[in-house]
Design a protein around this ligand. Structure first.
Ligand code: ATP
Ligand code: MG
Length: 578
């Protein structure tokens, strides 16, 4: 699976699409438009996209959708995709974010080759364009405060009021703008605005700000600038300078497209096509950077890469393979109307992917001791077990077996319910790849808790094979008590307890929706081969789920994160609870 994979089934045909060959072929609306532009030679058949993150936070699942789309489209159409840092706000941005974003995009499979750009690289060029607009009478320096500008902008039903500074002469505007740049005025004293139309039905077009004063050092340009260009002005010109053909962005920019087009047309420069698509929303998840920053800064999680975070670094640390995210992005498809994707869809993709990729091993998460009375004390046998039941190329490892074992407490019942095929007094089960054992007795402690299980094994059933055709229904996993490695296992649940954590009742915030049980730490016992597991490696603990070795591991105490359960257990619990 690669970035090439794309949705064939989930396309949105609500709006009237041109009934071209492409849309009939099942392409989504963006790919259909690109196909049509290629057919009409609008961009000489070129396809050039970009992924433009602002380095003011870590990338999350929403960004994954945009990455897969932009890099995916480029690859499918034989085009190119740039990585561009949209770094126009020196106050919130940081090189820590730049580095993390590069790592995450690469991890997800985005390949920008030698085309890594920064909007800040264009500051000089953008400044020249701004002077050009002033000289054309299309931009002016305004002395109104930010508050006044907002108040004077009007509403959807009322036109805005023109600023008293709107009709300054070109010479005066040029002089003031140069002095803004020279640092003569404090923050907020003046802005450069486009001179468009204060009565436009589109509020974005009511003389939007192009430049503001910010006496703040920039993480790349240092003290060179004390005026910084606004997003809407920067983005279209960066796209233009890079020769982008299709500028794919999320729906909240629909109204900004008119300004995107105005800037490029007014300056008469190369003009890419902006196309909007619905952003990703996911149940039980927040995908707003502002909220994610708050979770990190206030310590509700251990950091940006906390395995419960919807960030790419969090998902990676939890053990999610990039292929699973690409598959997820392909399945959710593209639409032109907002909707919310079920979290279980993501888990489904993670399981599907790990079911193929993850080696199988044995670990006991909640142990009860088994003593095999007829197995010689001190004897140890090794069983050769395949790492993958369906793929011999994964190889195998040796697993020691001895008189004392651990099995899951849950695999034993003193009083078994109907159809319970595991262990109970008198019952026989198969220990995975080892032997058949029969439980003779459960020994209780003073508190009435099961202390150990006294069992006997059938030496004829070596390798877990029936010696005489008799059947045992249950197969359970185990570890040898003397050989098992202790480990810390971190069991994760949803970070939020409600389906839409973004809405909170009066007087509460999204933080009140946090799930108090999102992390449970337990002590577990692993088969000894796991001493060799690499950090970041995701394996299947047979019957228990997928687990990934964490960077917090110590030589004497490895730490494993639960990546996913084997089945969709939590939504079922939710439904029961609801
Ligand atoms: P936020 O609103 O959380 O601050 P943003 O959109 O401002 O996010 P950027 O760094 O500007 O974050 O985003 C980079 C690119 O990723 C943009 O093209 C944006 O449209 C896209 N993107 C961000 N969030 C989502 C999302 N939830 N779904 C799809 N695309 C997204
Ligand atoms: Mg943004």
């Amino acid at each position: 699976m690669s970035l090439e994979s794309r949705s064939a089934d989930v396309t949105d045909h609500n709006d009237a699409l041109p009934a071209t060959e492409a849309s009939r072929a099942g392409l989504d609306f963006i790919r259909t438009r690109i196909h049509d532009d290629n057919v009409s030679r609008r961009f000489e058949g070129r396809v050039h996209t970009r992924f433009p993150p602002e380095p003011n936070g870590y990338l999350h699942l929403g960004h994954a959708k945009s990455i897969c789309l932009n890099f995916g489209v480029a690859k499918e159409f034989g085009g190119l995709c740039n990585l561009r840092f949209d770094d126009t706000n020196p106050v919130k941005e940081d090189t820590e974010y730049v580095d993390a974003i590069r790592e995450d995009v690469r991890w997800l499979g985005g390949d920008w080759q030698d085309r890594l750009f920064y909007a800040s690289d264009y500051f000089a060029q953008l400044y020249d364009y701004a002077e050009q607009l002033i000289k054309m009478g299309k931009a002016y320096v305004d002395d109104l405060s930010a508050d006044e500008i907002r108040q004077w902008r009007g509403t959807l039903t009322e036109p805005g009021r023109e600023s008293p500074w709107r009709n300054r002469s070109i010479e005066e505007n040029l002089d003031l703008f140069r002095r803004m740049r020279a640092g003569e005025f404090p923050d907020g004293a003046k802005v450069l605005r486009a001179k468009i139309d204060m009565a436009s039905p589109n509020l974005v077009m009511r003389d939007p700000a192009l430049y503001r004063i910010r006496h703040t050092a920039h993480h790349r340009t240092g003290e060179t600038w004390c005026i910084y260009p606004m997003y809407d002005y920067t983005h279209c010109l960066s796209d233009s300078l890079e020769g982008i053909t299709h500028s794919l962005c999320t729906l909240e920019f629909v109204n900004n497209r008119e300004l995107y087009d105005w800037v490029l047309d007014t300056l008469g420069v190369y003009h890419p096509q902006q196309i909007e698509f619905a952003r990703l929303n996911l149940t039980y998840t927040v995908l707003s950077k502002r909220k994610l920053i708050q979770l990190v800064q206030e310590g509700h999680v251990s950091g940006w890469d906390d395995p419960r975070m919807p960030t790419l670094s969090g998902l990676r640390r939890r053990g999610v393979p990039p292929e699973a995210l690409r598959e997820f992005c392909a399945r959710i498809g593209l639409a032109r109307a907002d909707s919310t994707v079920e979290y279980s869809m993501l888990e489904f993709c993670i399981r599907e992917c790990l079911n193929v990729q993850a080696p199988r091993v044995m670990a006991v998460l909640n142990p009860v001791k088994v003593i095999i009375e007829n197995y010689p004390d001190g004897q140890v046998e090794e069983f050769d077990m395949p790492y993958h039941p369906e793929d011999a190329s994964y190889g195998s490892r040796k697993v020691p077996f001895s008189r004392e074992l651990y099995i899951e407490r849950d695999d034993f019942r003193l009083e078994p319910p109907k159809k319970f095929h595991r262990l109970y007094p008198g019952a026989e089960v198969r220990l995975r790849y080892a032997y058949f054992i029969t439980c003779r007795e459960a020994v209780l402690d003073e508190a009435g808790q099961i202390k150990e299980l006294r069992c006997v094994y059938d030496p004829e059933s070596r390798g877990g094979q029936s010696p005489d055709g008799r059947k045992v229904k249950g197969t359970i996993h185990w570890v040898s008590a003397a050989h098992a490695l202790p480990a810390e296992v971190r069991l994760y649940e949803q970070l939020f307890a409600v389906e839409n954590p973004n809405v909170a009742p009066e007087g509460k915030t999204f933080l009140d929706n946090l799930n108090p049980h999102s992390l449970r730490v337990i002590r577990a016992w692993l088969e000894p081969a796991l001493a060799q597991a690499e950090t970041g490696r995701t394996v299947q603990f047979e019957r228990m789920g997928y687990f990934c070795k964490d960077k917090d591991s110590l030589p004497e105490l490895p730490v494993f994160n639960r990546t996913a359960t084997l089945r969709d257990s939590w939504t079922k619990q939710e439904k029961k609870a609801g």
